[in-house]
Design a protein around this ligand. Structure first.
Ligand SMILES: Cc1ncc(COP(=O)(O)O)c(C=O)c1O
Ligand SMILES: [Zn+2]
Length: 411
């Protein structure tokens, strides 16, 4: 266990790690991956009674405009170990035109495209690289659909740590470029993120890599959970009615769910929760299928296919946590086609000026399905998560522009 002399200048109230499945507890002062007893996901637990005394919501005003404003409920003990590029505290934008078109009076977009490296992966990787550094890691590895690799490479570069990234050979071009350029050792696998994970794991001991695979370590989710804290703070501690989230490994979804419970214990919110909605692609929808089947875990999806690369995740270790959040909240899980995502990309961009990642566009396509099925009412407060910048995916949208001779006078 951590000694009583442990230095702590962030005010972090981190206490221990706890398995989300078997409940066994472990020290938070050592690098951990999955639960050594049962192989499931570990979570950080905090001394929330102490945090409740130490941190009041009104004290957040004037704090740093990044996710590190919640440092009492983050795992990093020393400020010098925080590796930051200004991630988080992204705007929660009203969508007057789009909302009106859909007949909704309270439709909002949490615009995560404004994060460093152009996606919400920055939150998880800022937290994970910071904590891994604090606990003595010198080299990190990550299997990625694309954006997580780019983010990990960026934070590792800033931390001066070695980085190894493997992503599918057909990952978006920008993801390959950003990862390579920021100095990570980068491989492309003729397969998917789970194949990359298997290959990196087999080589981890040889190269001394600490494995940062989604939820196979307890650090990334601590960054992602700040989505939940921000949602509450930006809405004056009244959570929305519906949250629609593009789900691959599910870190953001389960992270927000964790944040809601923490905030209730802190006395910042009540027991009401948003309906948590999983958005997946029809070509890769393991969580939707498991939800429909009433299963506790999800079967691997065969031949996963979608241009929405971040949600092309055929197996997720946190399947049971996602399914719990969806069911306990009275939410749902829906899959939409790539064509519907392309249409939704145009709709968000042309109505609101936000060019969303295909994953972000999927949330609008899912909202349309929910409206058709009367799963949302007009006055409800609905938040779509645009998890990344459309600019990172030039391959996803086709278009044709008229070319005119230079001496054209009339159009
Ligand atoms: C833009 C984008 N949205 C959503 C996701 C899915 O995120 P999660 O793994 O937290 O479910 C990813 C993952 O790569 C992503 O890059
Ligand atoms: Zn366990």
């Amino acid at each position: 266990m951590a000694s009583t002399e442990t230095r702590n200048d962030t005010g972090s109230t981190v206490s221990h790690l706890e398995c989300t499945y078997c409940g066994k507890t472990y020290s938070a002062a050592e690098l951990q991956n999955l639960c050594p007893a049962c192989g499931k996901v570990l979570y950080h637990r905090y001394d929330l009674a102490a945090a409740r005394e130490r941190l009041k919501p009104e004290m957040l005003k004037g704090r740093v405009a990044s996710m590190w404003r919640y440092r009492e409920v983050m795992p990093v003990l020393l400020t010098e170990n925080i590796i930051t590029l200004g991630e988080g505290w992204t705007p929660l934008l009203e969508t007057n035109r789009l909302g009106k078109k859909l007949g909704l009076s309270n439709l909002m977009i949490k615009d995560e495209s404004q994060n460093p490296t152009g996606s919400f992966k920055a939150r998880g990787l800022s937290a994970a690289v910071s904590k891994a550094k604090e606990l003595g890691a010198t080299a990190l590895s990550i299997p990625s659909a694309g954006n997580a690799g780019g983010a990990m490479a960026a934070y590792a570069a800033r931390a001066g740590l070695e980085a190894a990234v493997m992503m599918p050979v057909d990952a978006p071009y920008i993801n390959k470029l950003e990862t390579y350029l920021t100095g990570a050792k980068t491989w492309l696998v003729e397969g998917l993120i789970n194949d990359a994970g298997r290959i990196l794991k087999a080589n981890a001991a040889r190269y001394g890599w600490f494995d940062l695979s989604t939820l196979k370590e307890p650090y990334r989710v601590e960054g992602k959970k700040t989505l939940g804290y921000e949602l509450a703070e930006q809405l004056d501690w009244q959570l929305p009615d519906v949250v629609i989230y593009p789900t691959g490994g599910g870190t953001g979804l389960v992270g927000m769910w964790k944040a809601f419970d923490e905030m209730e214990e802190l006395g910042w919110i009540g027991s009401k929760r948003p309906r948590m909605v999983v958005a997946q692609a029809t070509g890769c929808a393991p969580i939707v299928r498991a939800y429909e089947e009433g299963a506790e875990f999800a079967r691997p999806w065969e031949n996963a296919q979608t241009g929405s690369s971040g949600i092309r995740v055929p197996v997720a270790i946190a399947d049971y946590l996602m399914l719990q959040a969806v069911r306990q909240s009275g939410g749902t899980a829906l899959a939409v086609s790539d064509e519907a995502m392309q249409e939704a990309t145009r709709e968000i961009a042309s109505n609101e000026g936000i060019y969303p990642a295909p994953e972000g566009a999927a949330t609008l396509a899912v909202l349309r399905r929910m409206l058709e099925e009367n799963l949302v009412s007009p006055e409800e407060r609905v938040v779509l998560f645009n998890t990344g910048a459309g600019q990172k995916y030039p391959e996803f949208m086709q278009f044709d522009l008229p070319v005119v001779p230079a001496d054209t006078t009339e159009l």
